[in-house]
Design a protein around this ligand. Structure first.
Ligand SMILES: Cc1ncc(COP(=O)(O)O)c(C=O)c1O
Length: 473
């Protein structure tokens, strides 16, 4: 047992490596074992801090998602595309703090904006002019006229759900199996259901995600598979006049990367509106990372509500919710109280303004696109050379290796992927100087505006090592 007990990412079933098919150790098991040993040997200072922290810091980390298997990595600092752990190791950062660090670390524009703001006070619980510029810029990019701010993705999807309920006077939600929308009760349903609790593929069972979620809340959520308009049609017909709306990641990013099929998003909007229900896109992860106006702009389908968080704040916690005039009027007139002490925090607004107006320019997107293409081509060449049943899926700055040959359309397809490969990939990258999100199978890489060819080369070289090790007898 290591210094910390591994715990599952809340949005995935346990990641404990399964044994090889015959029950003995195969090349993947061996790779995980050997790489885990190297990982631990490299990080004695992290182990020390974990031991010390456990006295007063529950579980030895500040979020359960920071607790990785075989142990949490404690960090020192970041600069550009690189981050440094407390043991002095430098990594190319493709983790990006779960998709936040699109600007890279200590980007000069963010440093300047935050530094200027710090010297003039960071909190008043009153609006500052930066919030107008941010709202204007979000309206331009996402095509929704009215905005409000919060601090986390969880808050933004909570406000979206409340607003859909207030606007329609209905309680029921439709939610996609395998989508994660934060940790409030209304959406903690069928996030990563186990095989035994999923129910039939065409009418999934609503399963509570984790503990602490009242059954009464679970019962208000009807689950549908991603990319399946007929299932939404059936769900709406089964609950006439009681569905407030549907929330989904328009491009799924908590099960690798799963693109919407052509016509799916437009079809959803049409179906929901025909039943007097609303549509919310959770763009917390996709937001600025897939393109300048998220999936909304890329797909040309504007929902009733959009939720954004993570990358927009340039590394400072910020979230936003955008909506139609009609819906947001319910906030403006106080019918729905969208509130929070830190909403529109001046420090966050200064960083977000710099992110939107100075960092995420057309040139920045072109740079990311060039690196993403090089990364994709490099990995695809390796997959082909080693004749492996894998493929690469990308969306702007994000991407992943899907460790199976067939395309993944929804959460149940995704379950087919051997989770040991995600874990092995994470360990090999980490020991090879590349930081990826620890929950290998479900997460993605993030290419920041400060990444360069050397970072991509490092990543691709590590994939080659993974491929050779997996192919080894
Ligand atoms: C799609 C999506 N929505 C919402 C959230 C919740 O965001 P936060 O962790 O900032 O509360 C996440 C977090 O990973 C997410 O991936």
């Amino acid at each position: 047992m290591t210094a910390t007990q591994p715990t599952s990412h809340p949005s995935t079933p346990g990641l404990t490596p399964a044994a090889g098919q015959d029950g003995g150790e195969d090349s993947i098991d061996r790779l995980i074992r050997e790489e885990s040993e190297r990982f631990l040997a490299r990080q004695p200072r992290s182990a020390e801090l974990i031991e010390r922290s456990r006295r007063h810091l529950a579980g030895g980390a500040t979020s359960n998602w920071q607790i990785a298997d075989p142990q949490a990595v404690w960090m020192s600092h970041g600069a550009g595309s690189r981050i440094f752990d407390v043991d002095g190791t430098e990594y190319s950062d493709f983790h990006g703090g779960y998709g936040v660090s699109l600007a890279g670390h200590a980007h000069p524009a963010i440093v300047r904006a935050v530094t200027e703001r710090v010297g003039r006070g960071t909190h008043f619980a009153q609006p500052t002019e930066d919030s107008i510029v941010v709202a204007e810029e979000l309206a331009r990019r996402w095509g929704l006229p009215q905005w409000r701010f919060g601090n986390s993705g969880t808050e933004s999807t909570m406000d979206a759900v409340h607003l859909m309920r207030v606007a329609t006077g209905r309680d029921r939600l439709l939610k996609v199996e395998g989508c994660y929308h934060g940790h409030h009760d209304s959406v903690q349903v069928s996030v990563a259901p186990e095989e035994g609790e999923m129910g039939p593929a065409d009418a999934p069972t609503s399963a509570p995600a984790g503990s602490g979620v009242p059954q009464a809340m679970v019962d208000l959520v009807t689950i549908v598979p991603f990319n399946d308009l007929a299932a939404v049609d059936r769900a709406l017909a089964a609950h006439p006049g009681s569905v407030a709306g549907m929330i989904l990641e328009p491009l799924m990013m908590n099960a690798g990367v799963i693109h919407p099929q052509p016509g799916y998003l437009a079809g959803l909007k049409e179906l929901l509106h025909a039943h007097g229900a609303l549509l919310t896109f959770d763009e917390v992860k996709t937001g600025l990372t897939v393109g300048p106006g998220g999936v909304t702009r890329a797909q040309g389908v504007t929902p009733d509500i959009v939720c954004i968080a993570k990358a927009i704040g340039g590394g400072v916690s910020t979230a936003a919710i955008g909506g139609t005039e009609e819906l947001m009027a319910l906030i403006a007139d106080g019918t729905y109280e969208q509130v929070g002490t830190f909403n529109g925090n001046p420090l966050a607004m200064a960083a977000t303004r710099a992110m939107l107006t100075e960092v995420m320019t057309d040139a920045a997107y072109a740079h990311i696109e060039r690196l993403a293409s090089a990364m994709r081509a490099g990995i695809e060449e390796i997959i082909e050379r080693h004749d492996l049943p894998w493929h690469v899926v990308t969306a702007g700055a994000k991407g992943c290796i899907a460790f199976r040959s067939e395309a993944i359309r929804n959460y149940r397809d995704f379950l087919d992927v051997d989770e040991r490969l995600g874990q092995a990939h994470w360990l090999v990258q980490h020991n090879g100087g590349v930081f990826l999100p620890p929950w290998g199978k479900i997460e993605q890489w993030l290419i920041s505006v400060q990444h360069n060819d050397e970072d991509v080369e490092r990543f691709v070289t590590n994939v080659d090592r993974l491929a050779r090790a997996v192919r080894a007898a």
